[in-house]
Design a protein around this ligand. Structure first.
Ligand code: AMP
Length: 186
């Protein structure tokens, strides 16, 4: 299965992606994780990424698209994949479409995990305490939500028009949400 997981900050994308990777046996590609790794290693990309991540802003599309273009050459992807945190803008989604077409691939489904803002803010502040992610503080969370609605939320329309959007209620515990995902992907 070729899948994309869509959702605002704190919607539970990372958690559900880990479960989906195991259940569906597809590689999980998270741009956020890749960028955090690069940042931790102090690579050129990581230094650049820090300028955006730490302020809740999205990296420029061309940087992200360059990374994805390379990732798509990974062996085995023809059997399926799960992108998490990408695409995040219409430009990214349109370019992704073109890249997939070049390989004669297409997405089977885009799962969107929907959670109300209040719940998200609370979850992210809790995660900040546990994981100590640099971008989980109140002002950054607010920015990430703002950019999510401005730039990423319109992707729901984009994929609805293509007939592949699968909205999932993200409220409840991890297992409940995962059951809903399995159901919409049946
Ligand atoms: P995430 O773990 O998906 O919440 O991503 C953490 C941060 O990495 C985001 O707030 C952005 O700064 C950056 N990032 C991750 N994926 C993308 C993307 N597709 N486009 C632009 N920036 C991204």
């Amino acid at each position: 299965m070729k899948l994309v997981l869509l959702g605002g900050p704190g919607a539970g994308k990372g958690t559900q992606a880990a479960k989906m990777r195991e259940y569906y046996g597809v590689p999980h590609i998270s741009t956020g994780e890749m960028l955090r790794e690069a940042k931790a290693k102090g690579t050129e990309l990581g230094k650049k990424a820090a300028e955006y991540i730490d302020f809740g802003r999205l990296l420029p599309d061309d940087i992200i698209l360059g990374i994805i273009n390379e990732k798509l050459r990974m062996p085995g992807l023809e059997r399926g994949f799960l992108f998490d945190g990408f695409p995040r803008t219409l430009v990214q989604a349109e370019s992704f479409d073109k890249m997939l077409k070049e390989q004669n691939w297409s997405l089977d489904a885009v799962v969107s995990i929907d959670v109300p803002d209040e719940v998200v803010t609370e979850r992210l502040l809790k995660r900040a305490e546990i994981e100590g992610r640099a971008d989980d503080n109140r002002s950054t969370i607010e920015k990430r939500l703002k950019y999510y609605y401005e730039l990423t939320d319109p992707l729901k329309d984009f994929y609805t028009k293509k007939g592949i959007l699968k909205p999932v209620n993200g409220l409840g515990n991890v297992e409940e949400v995962f059951e809903r995902i399995k159901k919409v992907l049946k």
